[in-house]
Write a protein that binds this ligand. Structure first.
Ligand code: KIV
Ligand code: ZN
Length: 389
């Protein structure tokens, strides 16, 4: 890796694979193509477009996405067997920059499913990564459930994958079990102890079962990972994956202590978030970081007053940087006079202090009855006031 690479974190988006595996989130062929186009356009480095062996539909979608991608590397997932890997290659090979991603569960619980001994699994990894590498120059290996795999065996699987030609080593926290200090240490220790660690990129893939996916991904970067796997809106199995918008904005906002760059055009975040919510049928919760309806909204009087004086008082990033037109100051029962005056002025009503005082009393009475007071409500209040005076 060059020095420049050391400062760069690759964004690997798996909305169309892990995200789509979220029960009920299935997307149509055309929707997948549309989302892939938006991901490519916003500067995602690697798009995991699907699991080609899973269905004819997935194969067709990955093939089409591979043919259309302009900048991103197109990756397909395959279990650790030759049939999956061959099918994956048939789909991704059309891309300007294709990648085969192959994996097997390496923890004791996962090894028990195919009932393989450590030696048998080690041999399988060697054979599959070698086979994938004979097809494609860009091969990603994942030791699934890495964070619950015994250290010695995890190290062994990574050593074998590197020797067999893997170019990216992904360390998944498949069930969202790790925590930030452990996540950083695991990557750091692997980089320190596996042979030829400097010839590959280490990657983190975190799930959000305990709500720590973003923190664990950033910690992994601090430990030396240079690829983050993530999804738009954090879509994904169970509690989801690391949210792309969260890690990207965290790296941007806290560049002072995490000096790593991504290629993401952050102004495209809101648009793709809304499209993914629509096509997946998974609405974004109101208080979701970065893309929630309330992420840049302030209702209480103290906050609104602060925001009107200096937006940095209650916002750590600019809404424009994620593609919004600005902060919103919805009026409700917690709002104060400053925000009411500001809103009335924006609606074209200039008023003196006494007039504002009267309107404010009536506004509070209305706000007690209504969750949010809209522009039309305010206009009606003013008209009422004018009629009564
Ligand atoms: O969560 C996981 O371990 C995965 C692998 C297939 C990378 O999604
Ligand atoms: Zn996953």
């Amino acid at each position: 890796m060059t020095q420049t690479d050391q400062d760069r974190v690759m964004i690997f988006d798996t909305t169309l694979r892990d995200g789509e595996q979220s029960p009920g989130a299935t997307m149509t062929h055309d929707e997948k193509l549309e989302i892939a186009g938006l991901l490519d356009d916003m500067g995602v480095d690697i798009i995991e477009a699907g699991f080609p062996i899973a269905s004819e539909g997935d194969f067709a979608a990955v093939t089409e996405i591979a043919k259309n991608a302009q900048n991103a590397t197109i990756c397909g997932l395959s279990r650790a067997n030759f049939k999956d890997i061959d099918r994956c290659w048939q789909a991704v090979k059309h891309a300007k920059s294709p990648r085969i991603h192959t994996f097997i569960g390496t923890s004791p619980l996962h090894r028990a499913i195919p009932n393989l001994t450590q030696d048998e699994m080690a041999e399988r990894i060697h054979d599959c990564v070698t086979h994938a590498r004979n097809l494609c120059d860009n091969v990603q290996w994942s030791s699934m459930d890495a964070t619950r795999t015994e250290w010695d065996f995890l190290k062994r699987t990574v050593d074998i994958a590197i020797k067999a030609g893997a170019t990216t080593i992904n360390i998944p926290d498949t069930v969202g079990y790790t925590e930030p200090a452990e996540s950083a240490d695991l990557i750091k220790r692997l980089i320190a102890e596996v042979e030829n660690a400097d010839t590959v990129i280490f990657s983190t893939h975190c799930h959000n079962d305990l709500g720590m996916a973003t923190a664990n991904s950033l910690a992994a970067v601090n430990g030396g990972a240079r690829q983050i796997e993530c999804t738009i809106n954090g879509l994904g199995e169970r509690a989801g994956n690391t949210a792309l918008e969260e890690v990207v904005m965290a790296l941007r906002v806290r560049h002072d202590i995490m000096p790593f760059d991504t290629r993401i055009d952050t102004t495209k975040i809101m648009n793709i978030s809304r499209r993914v919510a629509t096509v997946s049928g998974f609405p974004v919760q109101f208080n979701k970081a970065i893309v929630g309806k309330n992420a840049f909204a302030h209702e209480s009087g103290i906050h609104q007053d602060g925001m009107l004086k200096n937006r940095e008082t209650f916002e750590v990033m600019r809404p424009e940087d994620v593609g919004l037109s600005g902060t919103s100051l919805p009026l409700g029962k917690h709002s104060g006079r400053a925000a009411l005056r500001d809103k009335l002025e924006k609606l074209g009503f200039e008023m003196g202090d006494n007039e504002l005082k009267d309107i404010f009393v009536r506004f509070k009475a209305l706000a007690d009855r209504k969750k949010e007071v809209f522009d039309e409500d305010l206009i009606a209040l003013i008209r009422d006031e004018e009629t009564n005076t």
